[in-house]
Design a binder for this molecule. Structure first.
Ligand code: SAM
Length: 118
């Protein structure tokens, strides 16, 4: 399933998956909608920084993935993310997650992957 707030994007996603009965496209707030269906084996969080409560929605052994993360060495010297980076703080700071950062082959984007271990 995928959850999206924006109606135009919901309609576009429904068109893309019209022939795929395994994919449910839900219009609404991800936390409200996902909480009703938890726990999950995989959550791909594509809507920006996530609160720690997203980890509650994972099964033990389940994975949280976040894309479009700028590798630290590409952050400008004065970037506020050097001091306070909500995405990395969740993945590497939440004691329930064991996490890794994978820099993609373009060297300009990272993926954060966290496995819920407790
Ligand atoms: C980076 S865009 C990704 C859009 C799409 N998944 C894609 O890959 O093309 C982030 C999307 O998250 C949606 N979004 C932000 N907060 C949300 C929330 N709380 N619940 C559901 N969708 C949300 C935005 O409307 C936006 O379309």
């Amino acid at each position: 399933m995928t959850v999206e707030l924006d109606e135009t994007r919901v309609a576009a996603a429904r068109r893309v998956f019209a022939e795929e009965p395994r994919v449910e496209v839900v219009h609404g707030d991800s936390f409200d909608e996902l909480a009703q269906r938890a726990p999950f084996d995989l959550l791909f969080a594509d809507g920006g920084s996530q609160p720690a409560a997203i980890v509650d929605l994972l099964r033990i052994g389940g994975r949280l993935v976040n894309d479009d993360v700028t590798p630290v060495n590409l952050l400008p010297a004065d970037s506020p993310y050097r001091e306070h980076d909500p995405k990395r703080e969740l993945f590497f700071g939440d004691p329930r997650l064991v996490a890794a950062e994978a820099v993609l082959p373009d060297l300009h984007n990272s993926l954060l992957v966290g496995t819920r271990v407790r």
